[in-house]
Design a protein around this ligand. Structure first.
Ligand SMILES: *Cc1c(COP(=O)(O)O)cnc(C)c1O
Length: 360
């Protein structure tokens, strides 16, 4: 039994080279005589692992010195609360609702202050990104919040919203390191790593230093203060050591691949192959506005639920796994993250073509 092409939205495919290296180092990490899972987070070996991981991430994204990199736990979902708790100094924030994840973040923020939905694409089941060039942004808003790539619906912000000078906060869980980004345009960039970087259990937040202060909402638990993690270099308590180690390996893999410019080219090529086929197909069609299409998550349907189910089943038999759409939207979704090789997408398109011939 070999490996399958895994189109899961998350946890998702990881580079095979990384998994092999981790396997080789499983019992004895670089002569320490123990696994990374077994070592103290205060050890010299782990210190090197976390410092190298941070530096490689900084290199990949060209993160300026006035931004902190934090390795956190609680997934992206805990950030839905940490962001308002740490950033809502005036208790006001504006949210752009482009899918379930943005909506959840918005609903969580409402617990802590006046969160306002200033734009939404819910009217058309989140199949597009609303025009964000001139939104009614509150004068006192502490930040403007977006989910940059909408994992479930398959849309992505191609231009960032005009925040009218307010701090931009972005959930990039499903597009993290898929292409270069200008970190200076954001106050906070964060994501769970289990989509495009590493194993579940780590969330990474990149935060401009002036936003990290003692001034947080009353009652904020110590563990939910950005400052405590920043002051302790993500080692206030035991971090998710093994997950950070794998993330570090993925950062090195990305550097070896040539960095994020090269990843963008690769990702564009993979996505184009699939979208071009969807546009010419008489059976399958994409479900979102072309201009807003994600490079990472590609939802599609046949228009017939039974046929969709048949497709997912037969694809699995052909070694193409996890193509079922999100449970709330149905249809299919192919997540084609960094670690999905071009060959996997070629195989998928080939299978779709053949399925179409048999089922017309
Ligand atoms: C998966 C996902 C989340 C939730 O992540 P958890 O780590 O499970 O909390 C949030 N936002 C986006 C964009 C996601 O894709």
């Amino acid at each position: 039994m070999g490996r399958v092409y895994n189109f899961s939205a998350g946890p998702a495919v990881l580079p095979e080279e990384v998994l092999k290296e981790a396997a080789e180092e499983m019992l004895d990490y670089k002569g320490t005589g123990m696994s990374v899972m077994e070592m103290s987070h205060r050890s010299k070996a782990f210190q090197t692992i976390i410092e190298t991981a941070e530096q490689d991430l900084r290199d990949l994204l060209h993160i300026p010195d006035n931004y902190k990199v934090l390795f956190l736990q609680g997934g992206a979902s805990l950030q839905f609360a940490m962001i308002p708790m740490n950033l809502m100094k005036h208790k006001k924030a504006d949210y752009i609702i482009t899918g379930q994840w943005a909506k959840k973040a918005y609903q969580e923020a409402k617990k802590y202050g006046e969160a306002k939905a200033i734009a939404s694409s819910e009217d058309k089941t989140y199949s597009y990104i609303p025009d964000c060039s001139d939104l009614p942004i509150d004068e006192d808003a502490d930040y403007v919040y977006i989910c940059e790539n909408n994992t479930i619906y398959g849309t992505k912000f191609k231009t960032l919203p005009n925040t009218k000078g307010k701090t931009l906060v972005a959930d990039v869980s499903s597009c993290f390191l898929s292409e270069p980004m200008d970190v200076t345009k954001y106050g906070v960039i964060y994501g769970g790593v289990q989509k495009n970087i590493g194993p579940a259990g780590v969330a990474i937040a990149i935060i401009r230093e002036d936003l990290i202060t003692e001034e947080v909402l009353p009652g904020t638990p110590t563990m939910l203060k950005y400052k405590i993690h920043a002051d302790n270099d993500s080692l206030y308590n035991t971090p998710p050591c093994y997950g950070i180690y794998i993330c570090g390996k993925v950062f090195q893999w990305l550097k070896n691949m040539g960095g994020l410019e090269v990843m963008r080219e690769r990702n564009e090529k993979k996505a184009k192959l699939l979208y071009d086929f969807l546009d010419e197909s008489e059976l399958f069609r994409g479900t979102v506005e072309k201009k807003d299409r994600s490079l990472m998550n590609v939802p599609f349907v046949t228009g017939n639920e039974e046929l969709d189910a048949k497709f997912v089943k037969e694809a699995k038999e052909a070694g193409l796994e996890n193509l079922k759409g999100h449970r709330t939207v149905g249809g299919m979704r192919a997540s084609i993250y960094n670690a999905m090789p071009l060959e996997g997408v070629e195989k998928l398109v080939e299978f779709m073509r053949e399925f179409e011939k048999r089922n017309k």
